[in-house]
Design a protein around this ligand. Structure first.
Ligand code: ZN
Length: 328
């Protein structure tokens, strides 16, 4: 489902919610009116007042009797009477107030302050569904849960500890996710051996962008190849189309998928090239080095990934974090 489809579904649910709450309110009015006829009459009067019919009569009478009362004070007076009668009959005083699941937007999903924007309730639910759609619901791999302590602060590589390097990468990735779609670099390439936190970073980026209301598409290189192969067999661009069009595509573990020369290289090149031309953002993680990327995917692809004007390369260093965590 696209973001637009998710939003349309939600707007429909909000309309349904308004209807259900209105029915619930009307049922309460009927219930109280049956039990307390005087209160029922008062409710009917207030309704008529809101509709303007009583006011006309009162104004006419007021002119004659010089006893005009303003509409707000009349309303306040009626509301006070309604509350008193409710309480003395054992009901909560707000029992006959309109019912809203979200009082802020009155279940419209949008508020005006000063221009029209999504209410927090709708925004939260939309983002939750975007996460779900991206397969990230309940995922704990987030920037909030990122723990620099899992990286070693001892082993130095060229004067930098693993923790310092990891922290630099975390900041760069977080900045990318926080500023998306107006990022400093169009694309990120996360390099390094397994167990250094590349997948974690990818999921953090996906999580944060989804939280911000965008729709990231997260895929493993293996799944990407499956789609590419399907498209090749069916001679159709449909299987890869969602990946081609996603505003943010995250490809995990490039290089671990089986290699099918004709399919992988051609389709991967087309995908990266097309996305580049459209100005769409791509984040890739890979265990391969630059020369291994070149050997596997040819110069055409590796030179693209080496283009520093569009790709920010981030290299993870040090030993496997998972074995370190197990040891401790
Ligand atoms: Zn709301």
């Amino acid at each position: 489902m696209t973001r637009e489809q998710i939003l349309l579904d939600l707007q429909q649910e909000y309309r349904h919610r308004q209807e259900m709450n209105l029915r619930k309110y009307e049922a309460r009015v009927d219930e109280v009116s049956a039990k307390l006829p005087a209160l029922g009459q008062l409710m009917a009067q207030r309704h008529a007042l809101v509709m303007g019919t009583i006011r006309q009569g009162l104004l006419k009478a007021g002119r004659d009797q010089n006893a005009q009362q303003s509409l707000p004070s009349l309303m306040a007076d009626m509301n006070r009477q309604i509350k008193e009668q409710l309480v003395s009959a054992g009901y909560p005083e707000d029992y006959l107030q309109p019912i809203y699941t979200c009082p802020v937007c009155k279940d419209e999903g949008y508020v005006f302050d000063p221009s029209r924007r999504m209410c927090d309730c709708l925004n939260r639910e939309l983002n939750r569904r975007l996460l779900e759609e991206a397969g990230l619901a309940g995922d704990t791999q987030t920037f909030e849960n990122y723990d620099p302590e899992v990286f070693s602060d001892k082993d130095e590589v060229g004067g930098t500890t693993q923790r310092q390097m990891a922290e630099f990468i975390r900041k760069t990735c977080q900045n990318f996710a926080d500023t998306f779609p107006v990022t400093q670099w169009q694309n990120l390439l996360l390099m390094g051996q397994s167990g250094l936190g590349k997948t974690y970073m990818l999921r953090c980026i996906a999580h944060r962008t989804a939280e911000r209301g965008f729709q990231p598409m997260y895929t493993s290189a293996y799944h990407l190849l499956e789609l590419a192969r399907k498209g090749y067999m069916e001679n159709s661009s449909a299987p890869l189309a969602p990946l081609m069009e996603a505003p943010l595509l995250l490809i995990d573990d490039l290089g671990t998928e089986p290699l099918m020369q004709n399919i992988t290289v051609t389709q991967l090149f087309n995908l990266l090239n097309e996305r580049q031309l459209r100005g769409l953002h791509t984040v890739i993680s890979t265990n391969l080095s630059m020369s291994e990327l070149k050997d596997r995917y040819t110069e055409r692809i590796s030179s693209r990934l080496m283009d520093a004007s569009c790709w920010r390369r981030l290299s993870f260093i040090g030993g496997d974090v998972r074995t370190r965590m197990k040891r401790s």
